[in-house]
Design a protein around this ligand. Structure first.
Ligand code: GLN
Length: 509
């Protein structure tokens, strides 16, 4: 690996400005690495022509001392459920295998406006339904930390944005965009040893993000450090006329002058007792408690809190997810978008055959179950009830962050595990059904999506099997700055990136 791919975005941008490296060279190396690491299957498609052209324009701007900002010339990858103009956007599905959007989604457009270079589209679970990146028509993505990449011996990346997590973890690019509906950014970030941010719902536009669950979807950010994450968030956050669910308030760029430097004495950290759940591995529990102690030793007030409706999260998420999926997937009928079955005698037959051929079993099952929950006779029993419990889950967060009850203190940040274990072996993971996979792996991540609050996973250490373990921080809506400050303090204490540099990047130099 070329050493400059280990720099932070800020350092890279300084090098560009000084002229010691050029965007063209870095993008070349980034594309080279993507090809060299093809066996990980992080990318569905690279876009060398477009990216070399973008890099050339960036070279020119630096030569003329007019860079567009900190992301100018920085190679970034995008999950294949974000629309990219004139570049296939497949959702890793047969249904959209040949879909070429005529426009860029807002996230993509804002990155390009900031001068970033988009090097390609990353692998994912079909239509972002999954927690493994094992359900893609392009094959699964392999975890770069696996000691053995031979058949059945490698570990999953987590999902559904496993391609984006891998592109960053393997040092192919500086940042990648994923999506997060129930954990799809934080889960693979944790398994792959990178930072994964799910912003507050509505802070980043969903325009051009192919919907899974509109009421929970958010674009997510993968980077190797918290500081890089801030740089990307600043470029993509803020109101968007093309997405009526974005928050109206203008976004004020987050500015953290000294990463890792925060006075913890005024910070309250909550440890939700319900996250001590079944299936939590000893190692993750121990990591969680160690970091809680670290924060306390650093001066923070650490206290136990209760989010009593957490146990209902998986059921509520699953009902709401399937109902919204059933409705969202109705657009794929063989007429307007994507795949169309041949030689059908009636419109009805065309719909049926197109959908039977275009979707995998996971998608079909969710459509069927969702429609079942939405039947007139079931609607109140399932959908409406799930909405009510969702409100209770969301109120739990409000209580701990804003309106404590008698004897309680508000907390600024919650600290929890991200996933219950380190990355499972592919062979173990695929022997579970998709529902079980999600139920187990997303226990700690789904509640934040139902409440809309921001959450971040940061890498902490390696497990005995040599795989990353991450922890999650959550905060109240729009409190990203606090979340990122606390995350950067933890990052500075555990120094995981140095470890990654030593093991992952050194092995590839
Ligand atoms: N694993 C969850 C699901 O399949 C979350 C997916 C996501 O966040 N996109 O629904």
């Amino acid at each position: 690996m070329k050493r400059h791919l280990q720099l932070s975005i800020k350092q890279l941008s300084t090098c560009y400005a000084e002229g010691s490296i050029s965007p063209g060279l870095v993008v070349d190396h980034s594309l080279d690495d993507a090809v060299k690491l093809k066996h990980l299957n992080a990318f569905i498609r690279l876009s060398p022509e477009k990216s070399l052209h973008q890099a050339k324009e960036s070279n020119y701007r630096y030569e003329n001392k007019k860079p567009l900002g900190i992301l100018d010339g920085v190679p970034i990858a995008i999950k294949d459920n974000f629309c990219t103009k004139d570049l296939n956007t497949t959702c890793a599905s047969k249904m959209l295998a040949n879909f070429v959007p005529p426009f860029n989604g807002t996230v993509c457009e804002r990155l390009l406006t900031a001068g970033a270079v988009l090097i390609g589209k990353t692998n994912m679970d079909q239509f972002a339904m999954g927690s493994g990146t094992v359900d893609s028509i392009f094959g699964p993505t392999k975890n770069v930390w696996s000691r053995d990449l031979s058949d059945g011996k490698w570990h999953i990346t987590g999902g559904s944005s496993g391609g984006s997590a891998t592109a960053v973890a393997a040092g192919i690019c500086y940042a990648a965009i994923g999506s997060d509906t129930g954990g799809s950014t934080r889960n693979p970030a944790s398994y792959c040893g990178v930072v994964g941010l799910k912003p507050t719902y509505g802070l980043v536009s969903r325009h051009g993000l192919i919907p899974l669950v509109n009421s929970m979807d958010v674009p997510g950010i993968f980077t190797r450090s918290v500081s890089d994450c801030v740089d990307v968030l600043n470029a993509i956050a803020g109101p968007d006329a093309k997405d009526s669910t974005t928050l109206r308030k203008p976004f004020r760029n987050i500015n953290i002058p000294h990463f890792g430097d925060i006075d913890l004495r005024n910070i309250r950290i909550g440890i939700p007792k319900e996250y001590h759940c079944e299936g939590l591995s000893e190692e993750v529990l121990e990591t969680w408690m160690k970091v809680a102690d670290l924060l306390e030793d650093g001066g923070a007030h650490v206290q136990q809190v209760s989010l009593p409706n957490t146990a209902a999260s998986i059921f509520v998420y699953s009902i709401l997810n399937q109902c919204e999926v059933a409705s969202n997937m109705a657009r794929y009928d063989g007429i307007e978008y994507g795949h169309r079955a041949d030689n059908e005698s009636s419109t009805e037959e065309l719909y049926a055959k197109t959908r039977a051929e275009g979707f995998n079993t996971v998608v079909k099952t969710r459509i069927l179950t969702g429609n079942y929950f939405l039947l007139r006779k079931n609607y109140q029993k399932y959908f409406e009830k799930a909405l009510r419990v969702r409100r209770l889950i969301s109120d739990d967060f409000k209580r701990v962050f804003e309106t404590p009850q008698d004897g309680e203190n508000v907390v600024d940040v919650l600290l929890t595990p991200t996933t219950l274990t380190d990355a499972p072996l592919y062979s173990d993971f695929v022997s579970l059904s998709n529902r079980d996979q999600c139920a187990v792996q997303d226990f700690c991540t789904q509640p934040a999506n139902m409440a809309g609050v921001p959450a971040i996973s940061i890498p902490i250490r390696l497990s005995q099997r040599g795989l990353p373990i991450g922890l999650q921080l959550m905060s109240r809506s729009l409190n990203e700055e606090m979340l990122l400050r606390v995350a950067s303090w933890i990052e500075s204490q555990v120094e995981f990136d140095a470890l990654a540099n030593e093991q992952i990047y050194a092995a590839r130099s």
